[in-house]
Ligand binder design. Structure first.
Ligand SMILES: [Mn+2]
Length: 346
């Protein structure tokens, strides 16, 4: 196992100074579940230093709240974390508090956003970098290119690949710099290491540091070996999905027991022959289901918008992209969610 560096680059406490509350800290809160979130955190770290805080959707607001209470916080970057009907107003309120305290806030994202929230954020001068047509890391790269290393477009290209956005204007240009197969294998190995380490926050932070340090995924020890283990697990999931998947008129769906829902959902989509696949997994301690949804190329509706509304109606939350999104649904409501979702796709 490689030696991991200390995770904190933040400035030391000003010793002996009696003028308190000097704001010096740079913090980036980013999405921990995929290569776009991890790579965004890496490029922000490369450009501005500071601390990285990696979160999933259920813990997003809590993390922003915690960071906003830090009296040393000077500038906050929030990356690849989409908002939903459930949390968007609370998000604006938190931003207001931060702005009152003169904290500089940059919000960089590519998920669907309510135009009203855009206005609210612009009004309080949150720096909003938002384009639904490029992944977050590509937008970070474009915006802060002058502060980034020669290696950074490679990180951005990998993030674009894993977010299915390597065909977009900037994403495709960045990918063209590199050999396609080299970028694909790097992005994929990176993704498998991220997905397989969701319960190891130190490892995820280590990945952020190594990427910020301009390392290729293959230069980080054991990444390919680890990816091979993940690939084998996925092969086993294929067999399970073939056995356990069910269908309604418009969806294929399956409850996942011993793997991640997001790892299984593409197989549910593909093997069901439907245009929409749903995989869900119980979060045992929370009384909720984590739901992953994917649409085929033929799927013409915006799944993220539908799921955002439906999940909120059922007391959960959700949202995301047109063909890839997620939700949190209270456990007793999962069947209702599936039925209503199927109906809305008519
Ligand atoms: Mn993303």
């Amino acid at each position: 196992m490689a030696t991991r560096k200390k995770t904190s680059k933040s400035s030391k406490k000003a010793s002996g100074s009696k003028t308190t509350k000097q704001r010096t800290k740079v913090v980036c809160i980013s999405h921990k579940e995929d290569a776009d979130g991890i790579s965004s955190a890496a490029l922000i770290r490369q450009a501005f230093g500071g601390d990285s805080i990696l979160v999933d959707y259920p813990s997003q607001m809590e993390a922003i709240t915690q960071a906003s209470l830090d009296e040393k916080l000077k500038s906050l970057y929030i990356c690849d974390l989409g908002l939903s009907k459930k949390n968007q107003d609370e998000f604006v309120e938190l931003m207001k508090t931060l702005r009152k305290n003169k904290v500089s806030v940059t919000y960089i994202d590519h998920h669907d956003i309510d135009p009203k929230i855009v206005k609210d954020l612009e009004k309080i001068k949150v720096k909003l970098i938002h384009d639904i047509n490029e992944c977050t890391t590509v937008q970070v790269y474009k915006k802060f290119k002058s502060k980034l290393s020669e290696h950074s477009p490679f990180i951005a290209a990998c993030a674009a690949i894993t977010d299915y956005m390597e065909d977009r204007p900037t994403g495709s240009k960045l990918l063209q710099i590199y050999d396609r197969q080299f970028a694909l294998i790097s992005a994929t190995v990176l993704t498998y290491n991220i997905v397989g380490h969701q319960k190891d926050p130190d490892y995820l932070l280590y990945l952020v540091e190594e990427l910020a340090d301009s390392k290729f995924p293959h230069e980080i020890p054991n990444t390919f070996e680890f990816a091979q283990i993940q690939v084998d697990k996925l092969a086993q999931i294929i067999a399970k999905v073939k056995e356990g998947m069910k269908t309604m008129k418009n969806i294929g769906y399956m409850e996942i027991i011993d793997a991640g829902a997001s790892g299984a959902v593409n197989f549910v989509l593909g093997l069901s022959g439907k245009d929409v696949g749903v995989a869900y997994k119980e979060r045992v301690d929370h009384g909720i289901y984590a739901v992953s949804v994917r649409g085929s190329r033929e799927c013409k509706v915006h799944l993220g918008k539908i799921v955002n509304v439906l999940a909120t109606e059922l007391g959960g939350s959700g949202g995301g992209h047109d063909k890839a999104c997620g939700a949190v649904i209270p456990k007793p409501k999962i069947n209702k969610f599936l039925k209503e979702f199927n109906k809305k796709l008519n």
